[in-house]
Design a protein around this ligand. Structure first.
Ligand SMILES: Cc1cc2nc3c(=O)[nH]c(=O)nc-3n(C[C@H](O)[C@H](O)[C@H](O)COP(=O)(O)O)c2cc1C
Length: 318
């Protein structure tokens, strides 16, 4: 029997662009929607059309997507929001979780969490003028797990659709353990629907989390789905047949797509390697797989290595 849960594909900048999201959904059903990687903040209220390419409705017909903004400047945020509204978006997401030092140093992303007054002032200015709904993606704090906990009751006053919480601190980047206990406290401290995010890497982990937080209706998965593209389908008990063949056709379609799109093999291989950082897990032994892929300098080498890896995967799964 299929399991009824709502799963969202997390934004992973540099990997989950619109082509990836569509292809991924075609080959590995299981996700109900996705959040787009953040749109670059602009210094002035203008941006190139190509920066919106990733969230143009024409490029997102298969898997519903919510655009994400990283801006903390009220005018720039509202300007971009109105463009997104013109494109037909009914919801946008504010990134309050990015941990990259060049972002946090400017008090953006998770770097804004130690400054709750700035968050409240921003929302006070933005929310009344926003032509669509707003959700937030955030962390437990930047360096203190009480940062989000004490902010959450104040966020009850705003009509947010949901708050997605990656159960880590900003200064952990993507390392160290997720903090389920602090996540649980946050869950109790908010009236908004909360989405869990962080280290769902297997069905077993998902089930543990579901047992611990039965009130959670919606789950976001990023790296776990890149490492095992079948994970969302496994969680929902969907058809699981023909894995190596499905993975190979996904890979080949993605590769051909980027081959057309990107200029030069360095770009192409760089792009594919970003995915293999995670996908190598699917090809045990993981470390050897990653080493082989990492070494590839030409398309010829890459194609040869990938052919061998898939051959081994097929005979391993038979
Ligand atoms: C390389 C990379 C890029 C990311 N880009 C974004 C982004 O653009 N916006 C965002 O909200 N989160 C971004 N994240 C965070 C993920 O969406 C997610 O919150 C995090 O990886 C934890 O979930 P996971 O353990 O399921 O991957 C990124 C993470 C990584 C590793």
């Amino acid at each position: 029997m299929t399991r009824q849960v709502e799963l969202v594909l997390a934004p992973i900048r540099g990997i989950t662009d619109c082509y990836f999201r569509s292809l991924f959904h075609q080959h590995f059903p299981g996700f109900d929607s996705s959040l787009a990687p953040f749109i670059n903040p602009q210094r002035h209220s203008s941006f190139q059309p190509k920066q919106l390419k990733d969230i143009l409705p024409a490029n997102n017909r298969l898997l519903p997507v919510v655009p994400q903004l990283l801006n903390t400047n009220v005018d720039d945020f509202l300007f971009l929001a109105s463009r997104l509204h013109e494109l037909g978006y009914k919801e946008i997401n504010w990134n309050l979780g990015c941990p990259a030092p060049m972002v946090t140093i400017k008090h953006r992303g998770s770097g804004l969490l130690p400054f709750p007054e700035q968050i409240i002032t921003f929302l006070d200015h933005v929310v009344p003028k926003l032509p669509m709904a707003l959700s937030i993606k955030t962390r437990l704090g930047y360096e203190d797990k009480n940062e989000l906990l004490s902010l959450l009751p104040r966020l009850d006053d705003y009509p947010l659709t949901e708050i997605i919480i990656h159960a880590r601190l900003g200064n952990q980047l993507y390392k160290g353990k997720t903090d389920r206990e602090s996540f649980g406290l946050c869950l109790d401290a908010s009236k908004h629907p909360i989405v869990y995010n962080g280290d769902i890497t297997s069905v077993q982990k998902f089930l543990e989390l579901e047992q611990q937080f039965p009130e959670i209706q919606k789950w976001m998965i990023g790296r776990g789905a890149l490492a095992n593209p079948f994970l969302a389908g496994e969680i929902k008990n969907l058809d699981d047949s023909d894995r190596p063949a499905r993975l190979l056709s996904f890979h080949d379609e993605l590769y051909s797509y980027y081959r057309e799109l990107l200029s030069g093999q360095a770009h192409l291989l760089g792009r594919m390697k970003q995915l293999w950082v995670y996908l190598s897990t699917f090809f045990p032994p993981e470390k050897k797989t990653w080493k082989k892929i990492k070494k590839c300098r030409t398309e010829h080498q890459y194609q040869h290595v990938v052919t061998e890896l898939f051959k081994a995967l097929r005979s391993y799964s038979e």
